[in-house]
Design a protein around this ligand. Structure first.
Ligand code: ARG
Length: 474
């Protein structure tokens, strides 16, 4: 007999049962579901909606159900459709008909929404913490590489030399925005839907604020129809995750390039690479490739969720059950990527010499040649033209700019003096970009210092929010 079976005269078709059930995937919400129920039943008792002693029996029963599930001794069945009814059924089996009072004044619609809010808020705190670990790994490498020069690229063409620390700090900054997006989303996740009932509220004089307090929510939804049908918080999470994956994926692409013989700029640790079954010499950056690849499914989850929502009339629709797998999958994917990235970056060997060599064998100081002329009074456009011709001359004569004699320089402009060699030195080229946010060593050191205190703040946030949402109802 289904928990909702009263109105039916026939059994559910087996295929329908399979098709409409969500227990296969929503069973991972069992802890959130029972926690929410414990708060709900405590409120029912406190408000005198059900007798206190019965509320206590139900609470005790719920805890036993939790212990059973925890021990792996519970069996979830498709016949009971979803986590909510599986848990309720287990409760009924344990405590008898009094267990049927648990669902007073609530619906699966506000219940499932509550579960999702409880689930996501703790995952968001966890993911911010994992993001910090990656940022710290980037920071550690940056600190180690404030003297490491490599070509900075645009169009994947060598453009201007930069510090490797500067390059890494760009990724630090991306991840900082990602962490901030997640932290900001927490405000909208940490709102309680329970008490909305199926869609319109409930006739019982419940105390939603009390439930919110027990479950450590910062507030309650102020419109019951919105409460049960809002999935914005999931879209936001998927969107923030997609962007974070985009950033990780870009870094992956750099690792893959840098690991190639063509670049040979870094070597990822053996522990984070794999080999080939046929080519003995291979050491592949599989983790980086896979994170890059998994970015696709995270985007897909975002598109999926947005598409599910479009065109849904208020309030709850069964379509919304489709909010779960994509969210679970995204949490797991991001969790995996971030967990691997921190140690992979920390253990990465930087081939400083090869990076430096690459800088010596390019024209990435050409802008500085032009700037030199500008400093001597030549309009930039004209200087650009002069340097362009110099570079062409070098290419035709198989030289780099620093190989030119002063006589050769003077062929292109009488403004060139002996100090041109110092101006073209890569270290000087880098340090000349001493502007806020530039690649000069002093500026990069400022970035690193600022980042260090920024991370302290994020860690405080994790600490505060982590303990704030700790509930001991179970
Ligand atoms: N399994 C459902 C879901 O995940 C729970 C809510 C069901 N509500 C309903 N009225 N059928 O969305």
């Amino acid at each position: 007999m289904k928990l909702w079976g009263g109105r039916f005269t026939k059994a559910t078709d087996k295929l329908v049962e399979e098709y409409t059930a969500s227990i296969q995937f929503d069973q991972q919400l069992w802890k959130e579901d029972i926690t929410g129920s414990l708060a709900h039943v405590a409120m029912l008792g406190k408000c005198g909606i059900i007798p206190e002693d019965e509320a206590a029996v139900i609470a005790e029963g719920l805890k036993q159900v939790a212990a059973k599930i925890e021990a792996g001794a519970a069996e979830f069945t498709v016949a009971n459709e979803d986590v909510h009814m599986n848990v309720e059924k287990m409760l009924l089996d344990l405590v008898g008909p009094v267990g049927g009072k648990l669902h007073t004044g609530r619906s699966r619609n506000d219940q499932v929404a509550t579960d999702m809010h409880l689930y996501l808020r703790s995952r968001v705190v966890q993911l911010v913490e994992l993001t910090v670990n990656v940022q710290e790994a980037l920071l550690a490498q940056a600190e180690d590489n404030t003297d490491t020069l490599l070509p900075g690229y645009t169009h994947l063409q060598r453009a201007q030399p930069v510090l490797f620390a500067h390059h890494l700090m760009a990724y630090y900054s991306m991840l900082q925005r990602d962490a901030e997006r997640l932290m900001d989303s927490f405000k909208r996740i940490n709102v309680l839907p329970l008490g909305a009932g199926a869609l319109a509220g409930t006739t019982f004089s419940i105390d939603r604020e009390y439930v919110a307090q027990l479950l450590r929510f910062d507030g309650v939804y102020t419109n019951s129809m919105d409460a049960v049908s809002d999935r914005d918080f999931i879209v936001e999470f998927l969107s923030a995750s997609s962007l974070m994956m985009a950033h990780l994926s870009r870094l992956c692409e750099e690792f893959v390039l840098w690991m190639s013989n063509e670049f040979n700029f870094v070597e990822l640790d053996d522990a984070f690479c794999t080999g080939s079954s046929i080519m003995p010499q291979k050491k592949n950056p599989d983790v980086a490739e896979l994170v890059r690849g998994k970015t696709g499914r995270v985007y897909g989850n975002l598109m999926g969720m947005l598409t599910v929502l479009k065109g849904l009339p208020l309030a709850y629709n069964k379509d919304m059950q489709e909010d779960k797998e994509g969210m679970f999958d995204t949490v797991a994917t991001l969790h995996g990527a971030l967990s691997l990235f921190a140690p992979m970056i920390r253990t990465m060997k930087v081939r400083k010499e090869n990076m430096r060599q690459a800088v010596a064998e390019d024209f990435s100081n050409a802008t500085d040649l032009a700037d030199y002329l500008v400093n001597k009074g030549m309009p930039f456009r004209q200087a650009h033209e002069v340097v362009g011709r110099s570079v062409l001359y070098c290419i035709e004569n198989q030289k780099y700019l620093l190989d030119l004699t002063l006589e050769e320089f003077k062929e292109f402009s009488g403004l060139f003096e002996d100090d041109i060699y110092a101006a073209l030195d890569p270290v000087q080229v880098v340090n000349a970009r001493n502007v806020l946010g530039g690649t000069a060593k002093v500026q990069v050191e400022k970035q690193i210092a600022a980042a260090t205190s920024q991370l302290v703040q994020t860690k405080d946030w994790v600490e505060q929010h982590g303990s704030k949402i700790k509930i001991d109802l179970l």
